[in-house]
Design a protein around this ligand. Structure first.
Ligand SMILES: [Zn+2]
Length: 326
């Protein structure tokens, strides 16, 4: 099984696994990424493809569901492979929440499962073509990009980095849970409304926090922030494209360095789940800073926050610092 876990994350990852094992032993739902074991009597079993959807499902379902994620904490979700147990869990789940075209293994498991209770978030948040949002994102296509576009049908999966799209997904999850379990409809409505309010606050913080900046452009290794850039009037310059572990060509690096100087950027962003080496190399040549912009594809001990909302706030602070926002 291919799983990209960087060494620096090895210990927190192990700690999380241990914590999950404890939670399992205690009979509670946990982010263990294992097959969905049946919840407590009366609990729904919800399988989420990866962290952001797990976060929404846990928040909306509260005690009424046991939510598992198919992507282990700290694993890179883009190239996920599933164990037979996980494939089985997709078949037996009361609800599966995933995004078609993002993780081929999950698409396949859903197709094979015959499970009718699936929420494909791309049906409520339509995916945009690559580079439609951040104008500089995908101007140049290295070999890796061509392959990627083939895999993803040229669509950018990273809708969860726009809090307003997370609110749309929250409403869709609420509707699914309400239909499956009408007895607890009032609870689902209440917890969905609470999450919706939190996401609206986050959106407002981004809008005001990024309104008065010296620069709009930002440079990031993983081209994950197109929807965020579009929402808040920023311009994303991506280095490696959609796959976090792709290697940029020397030509692409030279272009990025030129763009960095043209736009006066101060910071090259990398992310928590992959090596910062590329960002450090580019920044070092130009005497720029490096910092973390987290695509929130998983929470580990090195994440700058305990959940989606907290990590997004850290992203906002990093963008404000890099772009001279008052
Ligand atoms: Zn990504």
């Amino acid at each position: 099984m291919k799983m990209v876990v960087m060494n620096k994350n090895a210990r927190p990852f192990a700690a999380l696994l241990a914590a999950s094992a404890l939670l399992l032993a205690a009979g509670c739902g946990g982010a263990d990424g294992a097959a969905a074991t049946p919840g407590q009597p009366g609990q729904l079993s919800v399988v989420a493809s990866f962290y952001p959807f797990q976060f929404v499902a846990e928040r909306v379902a509260g005690p009424h569901a046991r939510v598992t994620s198919l992507t282990q904490p700290g694993a890179e979700p883009h190239d996920l492979e599933l164990t037979p147990r996980q494939v089985a869990s997709v078949t037996t789940a009361d609800l599966v929440v995933y995004e078609r075209t993002f993780q081929a293994a999950v698409d396949e498991a859903v197709d094979q499962s015959g499970n009718q209770h699936v929420l494909d978030t791309a049906t409520v948040v339509p995916l945009q073509p690559l580079g439609a949002a951040g104008e500089h994102a995908e101007e140049e296509h290295g070999e890796g990009h061509a392959e990627e576009e083939h895999e993803h049908g040229g669509l950018d999966p990273h809708v969860w980095l726009d809090p307003t799209q997370m609110a749309t997904i929250t409403a869709a999850v609420r509707d699914q849970l309400t239909a499956l379990d009408p007895d607890h409809a009032a609870d689902y409505r209440t917890s969905a409304a609470a999450l919706d309010a939190e996401l609206a606050t986050l959106d407002q913080e981004f809008r005001t926090g990024l309104a008065g900046c010296e620069r709009q452009a930002f440079i990031t290794t993983h081209t994950a922030f197109g929807y965020l850039a579009a929402r808040y009037g920023l311009t994303q310059i991506g280095i490696t494209g959609l796959s976090p572990d792709a290697e940029p060509s020397p030509a692409r690096i030279a272009e990025v360095q030129q763009e960095a100087q043209e736009h006066g950027v101060t910071t090259i962003f990398s992310e928590t789940l992959v090596s910062p080496a590329i960002a450090e190399a580019i920044a070092g040549d130009l005497g720029l800073a490096t910092d973390v912009l987290d695509p929130v594809e998983g929470i580990t001990g090195s994440s700058r926050g305990q959940d989606y909302v907290a990590v997004m706030r850290s992203n906002l602070a990093a963008l404000q610092k890099a772009n001279g926002c008052s």
